[in-house]
Design a protein around this ligand. Sequence first.
Ligand code: ADP
Length: 425
Amino acid sequence: MSTCEQDNQRNPLLDELAMADKLSKIDQVIVVLSGKGGVGKSTVAVNLALSLALRGHKTGLMDVDIHGPSVPKLLHLMNRWPEMKGEEIVPITYESDLLKVMSMGFLLQGTEQAVIWRGPLKYSMIKDFISRVQWGDLDYLVVDCPPGTGDETLSVAQFLKEKAKAVIVTTPQQVATIDVEKCITFCKQLELPVAGVIENMSGFVCPHCGQSTEIFSKGGGELLADRYGIPFLGSIPLDPAIAQSGDEEKPYIYFYSKSATAKVFEDIIERIIFFAKDNSLGIKKESENKTPTATQPGDKDTKENISTLNKEASMKFAIPTHQGKLCAHFGHCEAFALIDTDATGKVINETYVTPPPHEPGLLPPWLSQQGVNCIIAGGMGSRAQQLFAQQGVNVITGAQGEDPKEIVEQYLKGVLQTGANTCDH
Ligand code: ADP
C-alpha cells in the first residue's frame, strides 16, 4: 500500500498511466458528500451502490473516509482483508460479485490507535484507491467521502471530476447550516456538477403503525436546492428500521426491499441515475436566481415586452405535452417540447425530452438546467410558479391550442389565446 517510502520509489509517469487506464474503464462516478457527520451519508452511499448493482449495473463502492470508515460494517464485511496481486489490490466483493468494495477500514482493522494522515498521504492513498485497485469495467463507482470538504474530498474531486457528479446528503436540522452551503460552494469551485440534494431523516416513520410524523420542519432541502439551482432528489424518512439494519450490518435496500422506505429510496436512486447522465448540470449562484416579472399576453405592456425579448436574445421555451400536444397537467406531462427561437423570434429547433419521475419541486431546477427561460402551460400551481420565478424562468399559464410550435409562434407575435389556469398542481 501507499507509504511515503513506496511513493518515493514509484515512477510518477507509470502512476499517471495506471490512473488513466482505470478511469477509462469507469463510466460514471457518484460522489456522496455531506456537510456534517451522522446525517446518513454512508447509509445513502451503501444503499445507492447496492441498488445500482441490483439493477444489473456493474458497480464499485469506494469508501475514502480514513478516520471513520463505516462501509465495511454497513455491509457486514468487517475482518476481511483485500488480497494483493502484484502491485494491485483486489477489492472485496459483496454477495459473490454483486458489488466491488474498497475501504480504508479493510486496511486499518485491529488498529485501535488514531492514525495521523497528513494531506499528501491522504492524496496518495486516494490515488492508490483508484489506480491500484482492480475495479475492472464499471458502470458506476460510488464514492463515500468523509463529512465536510477536507483533503479526501478535495482529492476525490480532483481525480474524478471529469466523470463525477455529487450527491449531497443533509438532514432537516442541518439543511440551513453553513456546512451544507460550504459543500455546495466547494462543488462549484471545483466544477464538480451536483446531481442533487437528499434530505435524510425527514419525518419519523412509526414502527408500529407506519405513520410518518414531521419532527423537524420539512422542505428545507428542497428550498436549498431551489436556491442554488440544483435538483432536489427527495426526502428519506427517519425510519428505525434503517438504523436497525445498520446495527445488524444488513444493508437496508437488500434486506428490506419491499418496505415503503425502500420504495422511497428507490425513487431517489432513479432520479440520481437520471441526473448522473445529465451533462448540463451546474450550480447557479444565489444572485443569479433573479425573480423576473411574469409577462402575460393579457398584460398592458405585453407586446412591448415580447418585442424587447425578441430583440434581446434567443429563447428556449418548454411546453408540457401529451402525444405531441399541449397538455394541461404540467407536473405529470409525458414529455416537454423544447423550442428554441432566434433573436428574431423564428423557431430554429424543436425537441422532446422526458421529465424525471414526478417529485414536487423537481421540475423547476431541471427545466432551468435545460436552459429553458420561458414555460407556456395550460396550468400550473402557484408553488411551481414561485419556484420558476426563483430560477429566473418566465411562466405563461392558461395557454390554449395544441401544437407546441404554433403556441410559441403565437406567443411571440402576442396573439396567443389564454384562459384560466387549467390545472393547479
Ligand atoms: P454519516 O455517514 O453521515 O456519518 P451514517 O450513514 O453512518 O451517517 O448514519 C448515521 C446513523 O444514522 C447510522 O446509525 C444509521 O443507521 C442511521 N441512519 C441513517 N439514515 C437513517 C434514516 N433515514 N433513518 C434512521 N436511521 C438512519
